[in-house]
Design a protein around this ligand. Structure first.
Ligand code: BTN
Length: 260
């Protein structure tokens, strides 16, 4: 098992992108890399926090994110954006596109898709998720924490009893990966994708949209909506056409296929 190494990541990132300003915080164990960056005082460039394991890894909707030692990637980074709705609203989708582009470089597979807003699936099983948190504006900029969980070297057969189907790069390729290099590439792809807003990547989104044309259900708090997914609009909102032909525009929610 190759462990995460601060020097390896720093040197590789500096070699590939000498202009990228960042500071790296690496831990053997931490509660949550997102939480750490929430409390870290402001830094000049992009603050990056990675850990070998998380004791309180968090997913969307307050869910737990399984974070065993030394196998996967738990990586958060803090970026700053202008307070611009068109950019901020599409952020989770643009993040997913960045992760997917990085993955396609690593193990090109036609089965890699994005389930709105930010799950990366392979063969209908979850490979990666991201948790995006906006912090209060400071100096006319909104700090945004982008936390990415990516299953890399875990042998999923060791954990048969999980609620939802999930997979790892190991399951896809039967290879173990050096996570240091994946983290470096993640940062490079994120930096590129976050420089544009969602409109720039609309075609790419349509290419990898897992839900489009499928019957789905969307949980929003206590409400469940069902219908057919009709893609997204320019703000990254989901377009859902219900059984009566009424169109709903959704900004958030937990999506899944609606099997009947
Ligand atoms: C989800 O799919 O629900 C989002 C999962 C996000 C998990 C990552 S792991 C790194 C960062 N730290 C956390 O506590 N959560 C995110």
């Amino acid at each position: 098992m190759i462990l995460l190494n601060e020097k390896t990541i720093t040197q590789s990132l500096l070699t590939k992108r000498p202009d990228f300003l960042f500071d790296l915080h690496l831990f053997d164990s931490i509660d949550s890399t997102n939480l750490y960056l929430k409390e870290l005082s402001s830094t000049l460039g992009v603050a990056i926090c990675c850990a070998e394991m998380q004791t309180q890894g968090r997913g969307r909707f307050g869910r737990h994110w399984h974070s065993p030692f030394g196998e996967n990637i738990y990586c958060s980074s803090r970026w700053h954006f202008k307070n611009d709705v068109s950019k901020l609203s599409g952020l989770s989708l643009v993040t997913s596109l960045a992760v997917l582009a990085m993955l396609n470089d690593l193990c090109h597979s036609p089965h890699l898709k994005i389930k709105w807003p930010n799950d990366i699936l392979w063969n209908n099983k979850k490979l990666s998720g991201s948790l995006i948190e906006l912090l209060p504006e400071s100096n006319n900029r909104i700090p945004v924490i982008i936390g990415i969980g990516l299953n890399v070297n875990t042998d999923t057969q060791k954990y048969p009893l999980v609620e939802k189907p999930w997979c790892s790069l190991y399951e896809i390729t039967h290879h173990h990966f050096d996570r240091n290099e994946i983290i470096v590439n993640l940062m490079i792809y994120l930096d590129h994708y976050l420089n544009h807003d969602l409109n720039y990547f609309m075609e790419e989104w349509n290419q990898f949209d897992y839900l489009v044309g499928k019957r789905i259900k969307v949980l929003q708090g206590l409400t469940t909506l069902t219908g057919t997914a009709r893609g997204i609009n320019s703000l990254g909102q989901l377009i859902l056409e219900d059984e009566l032909g009424v169109t709903h525009i959704l900004s958030s929610g937990d999506t899944s296929l609606h099997e009947t």
